[in-house]
Write a protein that binds this ligand. Structure first.
Ligand SMILES: NC(=O)c1ccc[n+]([C@@H]2O[C@H](COP(=O)([O-])OP(=O)(O)OC[C@H]3O[C@@H](n4cnc5c(N)ncnc54)[C@H](OP(=O)(O)O)[C@@H]3O)[C@@H](O)[C@H]2O)c1
Length: 234
């Protein structure tokens, strides 16, 4: 059984991943800034650590606390991010752009730096970062695309850097996740919602990547084939 830090747990994909790992008996620590993460943690009887992952010091404290709570850290699932919204580049102001980049790219960088020593010590460490499938980022905004694109390049670079360290690094790129009618971010169209996925399938993909020492540097689209279904349009 793995001891796993899961970042970005609200009521969406991070929560679905947390439920999947919890149901299979893994130890989990949930990390987010807000109340939704705490509520999920209480539902799953798992610890929650409140942390702004853009703040290096807070992330270092979070990592130490997760280690104290679980006794070891084998894996990290980085689902924190967000900033999905359909908008033009003209309507994307610098604050939004920077927020999108920092909450995706910088948070991942901080989490990797803070946990890498623990992952190396585990002897079978693994990292899975959440990016986004093309049908999601191509219909969002330039900030979200920059943030999610950076995750994909960082996965490749880190996987190579850590190739001989017993730490694997992979990414998943989910399509639109189904949270039920009416719960999509403002601006999503009904057409886009047709690609929605059950959370369980995303959790299964994460688990598969977390637990295989021979898979590293891979980006897996978990989108129900939506992205290759070009003929049918988005
Ligand atoms: N929903 C989809 O259809 C979809 C599709 C493709 C990819 N994704 C990606 O999947 C991940 C989860 O997304 P979601 O849709 O489930 O919900 P979301 O609301 O976009 O999730 C973002 C999560 O990250 C946390 N977060 C953001 N910035 C943070 C920071 N600085 N420090 C700590 N936590 C932070 C948020 O919690 P707090 O605000 O409480 O901190 C929230 O739990 C995101 O990376 C998203 O881009 C989602």
């Amino acid at each position: 059984m793995r001891s796993v830090i899961i970042t970005g747990v609200g009521d969406g994909i991070g929560a679905a991943i947390a439920r999947g790992l919890h149901d299979r008996g893994h130890s989990i620590v949930l990390v987010s800034r807000g109340e939704k993460g705490r509520e999920l943690a209480s539902e799953l009887s798992a610890p929650h650590i409140r942390c702004d992952l853009t703040d290096e010091k807070q992330v270092a404290g979070m990592s130490a606390e997760a280690h104290r709570l679980m006794g070891k850290v084998d894996s990290v699932v980085h689902a924190a991010g967000g900033y999905f919204r359909q908008q033009t580049v003209e309507n994307t102001d610098p604050a939004f752009f920077t927020g999108a980049l920092m909450n995706n790219a910088l948070t991942f960088y901080n989490v990797v730096r803070a946990t890498l020593g623990l992952l190396r010590a585990s002897g079978h460490g693994s990292i899975v970062a959440v990016s986004a499938a093309p049908n999601v980022y191509l219909n969002s905004n330039i900030g979200y695309a920059a943030g999610k694109g950076s995750i994909q390049f960082m996965v490749k670079q880190l996987a190579l850097e850590l190739l001989h360290s017993n730490v694997t690094v992979n990414g998943i790129s989910p399509g639109f996740f189904g949270r039920g009618k009416g719960s999509y971010p403002e601006g999503s169209t009904k057409l886009l919602q047709q690609g929605r996925l059950p959370g369980e399938s995303i959790g299964k993909a994460v688990l598969f990547l977390l637990d295989n020492p021979l898979i590293t540097g891979q980006l897996v689209e978990v989108d129900g084939g939506h992205s290759i279904n070009i003929g049918a349009g988005l």
